[in-house]
Design a protein around this ligand. Structure first.
Ligand code: ADP
Ligand code: MG
Length: 237
């Protein structure tokens, strides 16, 4: 896997929140690369720096020190105003709480996200329907979030993250609110997106049961990436 070019890389990334007595060293000298077609799990205790790490990777947050590279370009060298289009064209985000608009249908939720990423898009609703079919929601396009199950809502959120075809999907505990069967279904879908479409999928999780879907696991402890290992799928779980 490592012979391939990474699509995004963190190099020596440190994040310090606040100053003085309230200062928190959330991340220290983190190195991590993400490769096309892989599922990379980010595991570690609560407060260890996982959300900070993926927020910096996804260009939602600037590191205090260190660099972020996207397709080989050092984006930390760019001015802030140049980041939103790079972020929109590179990353799709899936959150634990779905973050869907309750008054909008599944189709509208996905379409509005597509338009926000690129206001010039002509056929956002048709694209939204295509993505909802891809996540298995062809019969739920016109339902509002309140009429969908947790797993269906998370599928809408995945369809939304896929809007604009970003090469990297980032999930922050996307299965935490789901029961086991639904969580495994969501992971199987993400596995397919990685394997079939070559997307990189980076998922923060507490749940070791998700490892069977992953190619690699990065372990974060106390602000440090303490290990990155490939998952051995020949061993029984
Ligand atoms: P995790 O996602 O692994 O639970 P986080 O990245 O959210 O960890 O947090 C890492 C550390 O940074 C924690 O000590 C947390 O309290 C702190 N932290 C996170 N965000 C902020 C913030 N905006 N301001 C101050 N401290 C923060
Ligand atoms: Mg977190």
């Amino acid at each position: 896997m490592d012979q391939r070019a990474p699509i995004a890389t963190l190099s020596g990334v440190t994040k310090i929140y606040g100053t003085g007595e309230t200062q928190v060293n959330a991340l220290e000298d983190a190195d991590l690369s993400v490769y096309p077609g892989e599922i990379l799990l980010i595991e570690g205790p609560s407060g260890s720096g996982k959300t900070t790490l993926i927020s910096i990777l996804g260009l939602l947050l600037r590191p205090t020190r260190g660099d972020v590279f996207v397709r080989g370009e050092r984006v930390t060298a760019l001015p802030q105003r140049e980041l939103p289009p790079i972020r929109a064209g590179t990353f799709g985000f899936i959150f634990q709480g779905f973050n869907l608009f309750p008054a909008l249908t599944a189709e509208e939720n996905v379409a509005i996200a597509i338009k926000m990423k690129d206001p010039r898009v002509k056929h956002a609703n048709a694209e939204a329907r295509r993505l909802l079919v891809a996540v298995g929601l062809e019969n739920r396009m016109h339902h509002k979030p309140g009429d969908l199950s947790g797993g269906q809502k998370q599928r809408v959120a995945i369809a939304r993250a896929l809007g604009g075809n970003p090469p990297i999907i980032i999930g922050d505990e996307p299965t935490a609110a789901l029961d086991t069967k639904t969580a495994l279904g969501v992971m199987a879908l993400l596995r397919e997106l990685a394997s079939v479409q070559g997307r990189a999928v980076v998922v923060v999780t507490h749940d070791p049961r998700l490892e069977k879907f992953a190619d690699r696991v990065a372990r974060v402890e106390d602000g440090r990436v303490v290990s990155v290992h490939e998952v051995d799928h020949t061993k029984a779980a």
